[in-house]
Design a protein around this ligand. Structure first.
Ligand code: HEC
Length: 109
């Protein structure tokens, strides 16, 4: 009788702890997605040449941590490209993405 009771308690406890883990997991995923949009885009479209930390310099790319361009110039470079840097306006898709990317690049300094 006592054993049955203990098993029931353990069983209920495992259900409760599982379901609460499930919920917080979902919230965490959403928060992470929101926070990393610019970073995701950067890794996808820019890190091949500039590297995850901006310093790679592949294909003649400039070190983004050493860049002295103004935010307008950075935005222009991202939209229109220059020499080995391809224009990224179409790839990034929206003004919001371009602004987020400009901020992300400026924060690398
Ligand atoms: C195919 C390689 C390549 C990719 C991909 C690439 N870049 Fe570049 N990037 C370059 C090259 C090469 C330059 C140097 C251009 C020049 O001034 O001659 C450059 C220059 C820049 C500069 C100007 C730095 C300075 O101080 O002059 C910025 C800002 C920049 N890239 C941002 C980005 C961002 C943001 C992305 C992704 C959306 C990206 N780049 C993707 C090759 C690349």
């Amino acid at each position: 009788m006592v054993l049955k009771f203990i098993y029931t308690v353990i069983f209920l406890f495992s259900i409760i702890s599982c379901s609460s883990k499930g919920t917080t997991g979902k919230i965490d995923d959403k928060q992470i997605q929101k926070k990393t949009t610019a970073q995701d885009l950067y890794i996808e479209h820019c890190s091949v040449c500039h590297g995850a930390d901006g310093k790679l310099g592949a294909a003649g790319a400039k070190d983004l941590t050493q860049s002295t361009l103004s935010s307008t110039e950075v935005k222009n470079r991202i939209e229109k490209g220059k020499n080995g840097m391809p224009p990224m306006k179409e790839l990034l898709g929206s003004k919001e993405n371009i602004s987020a990317m400009t901020e992300y690049v400026l924060r690398m300094r």
